[in-house]
Design a protein around this ligand. Structure first.
Ligand code: ADP
Ligand code: ZN
Length: 721
């Protein structure tokens, strides 16, 4: 009698596929099955099912990797939740969450886990394997006394398989063969740090969310470290998530120094596929106590999870904005609940979502209000009204004076602007023609050193035009400023200064950054021009002047979160100044000096900013005060996308407490040759929203079958607008 199994495949379908095998295969086993004539990797998701299709048509599973450790129950639950919550097919979610190596049809080489297993009380009460299977019986008998895995494999070739099975049945205990020594930290926590540490440690073995709110340099990292030390010494493991940009050599070195004996897995995009696969497998085998990684690391299987830290929790890179549109912070909270352990969300500028949750007592707020190093002071923030000023290549008189002064005093200055390239647009000075991207609703950015115009959204490039295609005029002018242009200007104004530019264009090689760091440490630089790459994570003690050039764009933006992001960004970049003894100055050029955001920024008063922003969100019925999902469609023509969404809406009967907005074009309508529209669905009731989205997903799927040009997606808790 064949046994039927449901397997998860990497396909864009919500349903699982049925295959047969002659034996029962445990859930989580990796297999290969034929799908549309090709072998495909899949995972057993359910076994011994009653098929609802013609049994004759059910194909056999071709390969079973039963010697590999299986995906465990917690992980399977996490992925089921993810798929359900984000309305994304289960199989496709799973294949987003696993590393490249596990997607290949090759048998995986697993790291040798030399753990010792022993039959526990339940195990000893079981019937031993029969005499016919003498090797299996020998394995069983060895287990009664306790045996290392490496030795077990010599008794029975498939020892891993049986140990897995018996462990799942609850017959085995693992004897840890080394107790972990966690050495003492080098710093003594101050009062506020200690209070935070103590509060978290008091709920180590239960689920609780903490919002650790402390300005940059207030000692959050040291506080995480102390809590982590406590978790490690209890034999449990830690998941530490952070934005890619903050994952610096500097920080990794701090981890290594603080926890030299802790086995650690690093999961981020700079590691090769091979390295990531190996680290992931080590975690799956329970060999790792610390997983450090970016967004995707939230899916790492971890045994014995005792703590999750999400550093810089406000960072938008935790949300994936394509395919599986998950938010790593929110999934991390779900995982902490599943593991019944605490989670620490840390930030100097918490997301309004987290701040709101802390206000509503869903999270416990822990604050550190002072900088940790005794003589480190907060920078002085100055607002420079440039409304009626004539700027020199984008720089105000005051900016130039301060830079001049700092240069004379031998200080290090940062000129910050969030725009790469030479200039954000090229215009014909005669007829006003501007060069737009043919694929996107965006201007092409002038890159003078690379001799082209480039779209920063789809990467479309053309050589710098010699004349206007409309009127033939050869006098084309670059409008606005990018980092390259500012760098050129500074070189002219300060011919003796040593200047470097730091942005994604100048940092394309792995060692570029290290070189700049060395130059800074050796005091071989006077001025750095840079984008947000510089705003985060790096500590340069000498940096004592920051000038900010183009803050205003965000204040005109229609994006709901633009102000929140600007505030965070400016706090971050200000936080770079005066990390050490000298207080440091920050000068912000703006045409809108009276905007309340600057009032709060000057006093570095996040709470006041967050409170007024929340009041606004309340009055707009916007998140985090309500829950939102976006239903989007795109097509070559906007009309088709809009019509598709109108038709979707028409088929719905909306219950009370569900509101819809749109359809309307997205803020950036054209992207990579497709035009985009969306409906926002909003409610104060999450479950209700979830239900209606299920219905909408079905409607959209049905409608899309007849309209091949339409793509549609659902984005839960969207950030994009
Ligand atoms: P954050 O993570 O909030 O930016 P860090 O934990 O990195 O802050 O601390 C900033 C600096 O202050 C680091 O150099 C750190 O070693 C130091 N520091 C933190 N806590 C203390 C303390 N209690 N005593 C002395 N120095 C500290
Ligand atoms: Zn483009």
């Amino acid at each position: 009698m064949p046994i039927y199994h449901q397997v998860a495949l990497n396909i864009p379908l919500f349903k699982l596929m049925t295959y047969r095998h002659d034996k029962v295969l445990p859930i989580g086993t990796r297999v290969i099955v034929p799908f549309r004539g090709k072998p495909k990797v899949a995972f057993i998701w359910e076994s011994q099912i009653k098929p609802d299709i013609d049994e004759e048509k059910i194909l056999p599973i071709t390969t079973v990797f039963d010697n590999e450790p299986r995906l465990n129950k917690d992980w399977i639950e996490l992925l089921e939740f993810t798929s359900r919550y984000y309305h994304y097919p289960l199989g496709a979610s799973i294949f987003t969450a696993i590393p490249a190596g596990m997607k290949k049809s090759k048998q995986l080489s697993y790291p040798i886990v030399d753990k010792t297993f022993i039959l526990n009380k339940t195990g000893l009460e079981q019937k031993a394997p029969s005499q016919h299977h003498h090797k299996l019986l020998a394995l069983w008998n060895a287990l009664a006394l306790g045996i290392k895995l490496s030795a077990a494999k010599n008794i029975h070739a498939r020892a891993i398989h049986y140990l897995n099975q018996w462990q799942e049945l609850g017959y085995l205990d693992e004897i840890s063969n080394h107790t972990i020594n966690v050495k003492e930290g080098a710093v003594k926590l101050n009062e506020q740090q200690f209070l935070a540490y103590k509060t978290i440690c008091d709920s180590l073995n239960s689920f609780k969310s903490f919002l650790l709110f402390g300005i940059t340099g207030s000692g959050k990292t040291e506080t995480y470290f102390e809590v982590m030390a406590e978790v490690f010494s209890q034999g449990k493991s830690v998941l530490f998530l952070l934005p890619e940009i903050n994952l610096t050599e500097q920080l990794l070195a701090r981890f290594a120094k603080r926890f030299p004996d802790i086995s650690c897995a690093l999961l981020h995009s700079r590691n090769s596929d091979g390295e990531r696969t190996q680290d992931y497998l080590s975690a799956l085998c329970g060999q790792v106590q610390l997983v450090i990684g970016t967004r995707l690391a939230v899916f790492t299987p971890i045994k014995n999870l005792g703590l999750i830290v999400v550093d810089e929790e406000h960072d938008s890179s935790f949300k994936q904005d394509n395919e599986l549109r998950y938010h790593a912070r929110d999934l991390a909270i779900w995982r902490a609940k599943q593991a019944q352990c605490p989670i620490i969300l840390g930030s100097a500028t918490p997301s309004l979502e987290s701040f709101y949750a802390a206000q509503n007592k869903r999270y416990q707020l822990l604050s550190i209000t002072r900088r940790a190093k005794e003589n480190a002071r907060l920078p002085e923030i100055l607002i420079d009204n440039v409304r009626h000023q004539k700027l020199t290549e984008g720089l105000s008189q005051r900016t130039i004076e301060l830079l001049q002064q700092n240069l004379k005093n031998g200080g290090l200055s940062l000129v910050y602007l969030n725009r790469r390239g030479f200039a954000p647009a090229l215009f014909c000075s005669d007829c006003g023609y501007s060069f737009s991207c043919p694929n996107c609703s965006a201007k092409m950015v002038l890159h003078r050193t690379a001799h082209h115009l480039r779209c920063h959204h789809c990467n479309h490039q053309i050589p710098i035009p010699a004349y206007c295609p409309d009127c033939g005029n050869v006098d084309l002018s670059a409008i606005g400023f990018g980092t390259q242009r500012i760098e050129d200007a500074l070189k002219k104004i300060f011919p003796t200064a040593r200047i470097a530019r730091v942005d994604r264009d100048s940092m394309s090689h792995k060692n570029d950054w290290q070189e700049i760091c060395n130059h800074i440490l050796e005091r071989k630089l006077d001025i750095i021009v840079g984008t947000q790459i510089l705003a985060k994570g790096h500590d340069f003690d000498q940096l004592n002047l920051v000038t900010v050039l183009n803050a205003d764009g965000s204040l005109y933006s229609a994006d709901l979160r633009a102000r929140e992001r600007l505030f965070a960004e400016l706090m971050q970049v200000s936080g770079r100044a005066g990390r050490d003894k000298s207080a440091g100055k920050v000068l912000i050029q703006t045409q809108l000096p009276d905007n309340p955001i600057f009032h709060d920024l000057k006093r570095q008063d996040y709470i006041s900013f967050a409170q007024s922003e929340l009041n606004l969100r309340h009055s707009f019925r916007a998140p985090p005060c309500v829950y939102v999902a976006a239903c989007r469609a795109d097509a070559p023509q906007l009309d088709d996308a809009m019509q598709f969404l109108r038709d979707t809406l028409q088929q719905l009967t909306l219950p009370e407490n569900i509101y819809t907005y749109g359809p309307a074009p997205q803020l950036m309508v054209r992207l990579s040759g497709r035009e985009r529209a969306q409906i926002f669905i909003e409610s104060t009731n999450r479950a209700l929203l979830h239900n209606i989205i299920n219905t909408i997903a079905n409607v959209m799927q049905k409608l899309a079958k007849k309209r091949s040009k339409i793509h549609h997606v659902i984005d839960i808790d969207p950030i994009e607008c």
